[in-house]
Ligand binder design. Structure first.
Ligand SMILES: C[S@@+](CC[C@H](N)C(=O)[O-])C[C@H]1O[C@@H](n2cnc3c(N)ncnc32)[C@H](O)[C@@H]1O
Length: 420
């Protein structure tokens, strides 16, 4: 183990190869990996470097605890060997051994879910269990979207905005932005919210995995029967939805027109049929009681290991004032929640209620909303809806540093919104 970490450290000194490792763990589509010719040449010239690269990717311990999709690792190794062969390299034996090992692994139903690991500047990382498909089970919430990565980059550069403040996130999805905020910005409290039961379930597990450390080990996390059963249901439903054209495998990227066509709740309702499905109509939170303390409404729970962290079932389209009162916060965050014009009025209603008054009368609440501008009309409709509710907005400066490896070809904008 000691020798292993030394090797990974050695590897980490080679910046360009470290970038390949980060892209591998974020599961950047293999054909889109940024891989310079000099890097291939450098690798070709040194079997030692090739071993370093293996240790920082497919042979890294993270691949045991939080593995990327098996099909992804296969593509990756195929590309790597192809690159080296085209450079006439002296390929080390371990390279072929690693590829054979990956090819011989059984592909199973686990291919519907995989882990993506996002490395932060501190060297720490956030590992999230995600669907391999961008839109699955009629929801967009089972993958991490570009706007969440963009907003997380902004959060990392602006920790003072969150320090010692109460924060609530709308449409949290799988939790990247919120987990990064909790890990790096010392908020007074953070409440993750979403409306979709499967999203909330995976989100709760991602929070447990990343915010309950070090007491919770990643390999022990799926140990309860209840967790195994829930994950099995999600996987089965995901594999059914992919059979019906719900995605395109680990290589899937946003459609060429960058459109997202899901109507999260409506599509999901249609998909709820059999008895044992986890259905979005459930308003109760389904979280592991050994990690979460549920409140009396069964919509809001706090993390045992860190009471500042909460999770809440919140549907903008049928929300109770009492629940909104409980969610009052200094800062409201949201990423990629403006893509379906039919839910804009409900979203703006929730925003306005949260922005009108905060928990502290001396501080005006503020919202930071990151949106991928796929369609100018949708964005304009959102701005008009906010204007007619008396909400004021301005565009904030984009993060200066590119940390994560998402598609930057479509613009992403962060709006700061307030009520007065
Ligand atoms: C495109 S995803 C973005 C997820 C995450 N913020 C990200 O950027 O990775 C949109 C999210 O909004 C949630 N959502 C959609 N309609 C909602 C509603 N009516 N109430 C609450 N959340 C909703 C979905 O469940 C999903 O998680």
């Amino acid at each position: 183990m000691a020798a292993h970490s030394r090797d990974v450290e050695g590897f980490a000194q080679i910046d360009s190869l470290r970038e390949i490792s980060s892209q591998f763990f974020e599961m950047v589509p293999v054909r889109k990996l940024k891989w310079k010719d000099e890097e291939a040449a450098l690798l070709a010239s040194s079997p030692e470097l090739q071993r370093h690269l293996l240790l920082a990717t497919v042979k890294n311990p993270v691949c045991q605890s939080c593995p990327p999709a098996l099909s992804y690792m296969r593509y990756f190794m195929k590309l790597l060997i192809h690159k080296l062969e085209s450079e006439d390299a002296d390929i080390c034996d371990e390279m072929y051994e690693a590829y054979t090992d990956i090819l011989s692994r059984q592909e199973d139903e686990d291919e519907t879910l995989c882990y993506k690991t996002y490395k932060m500047p501190s060297g720490e990382s956030v590992s999230l269990q995600e669907s391999v498909h961008l839109v699955s089970q009629g929801t967009t919430g089972l993958s991490t979207w570009q706007a969440a990565q963009h907003l997380a980059e902004w959060v990392i550069e602006n920790p003072q905005v969150f320090s010692n403040r109460s924060v609530v996130e709308l449409g949290s999805g799988l939790g990247l932005t919120g987990i990064v905020t909790c890990r790096l910005c010392q908020p007074q409290s953070f409440t993750f919210t979403d409306c979709h039961s499967q999203v909330l379930y995976l989100l709760s597990r991602n929070i447990e995995r990343n915010l309950s450390q070090p007491t919770l080990s990643t390999d022990g996390e799926a140990s309860s029967d209840r967790d195994r059963k829930n994950l099995k249901k999600i996987r089965r439903q995901l594999s059914l939805s992919s059979d019906h054209g719900g995605g395109g495998g680990a290589e899937i990227a946003c459609g060429s027109d960058h459109s997202v066509v899901s109507r999260d709740r409506i599509v999901l309702r249609e998909s709820c049929g059999s008895e044992d499905e986890i259905c979005s109509d459930t308003v109760e939170l389904d979280v592991n009681p050994s990690h979460w303390d549920m409140d009396a409404t069964h919509r809001l729970a706090s993390l045992n290991k860190d009471k500042r962290v909460n999770i809440c079932h919140l549907d903008w389209e049928c929300v109770k004032t009492k629940l909104l009162d409980k969610l009052k916060a200094d800062i409201i965050l949201a990423a990629d929640v403006v893509y379906d014009t039919s839910i804009i009025p409900a979203l703006v209603f929730v925003l306005k209620s949260l922005l009108d008054t905060g928990p502290d009368s001396n501080r005006k609440p503020k919202a930071f909303i990151a949106s991928t501008i796929r369609n100018e009309d949708t964005r304009d409709e959102f701005l008009v809806a906010m204007g007619s509710e008396g909400l004021k907005y301005s565009v904030v400066e984009s993060p200066k540093h590119c940390l994560f490896y998402y598609d930057r070809s479509v613009p992403i904008e962060i709006l700061q919104v307030s009520a007065h």
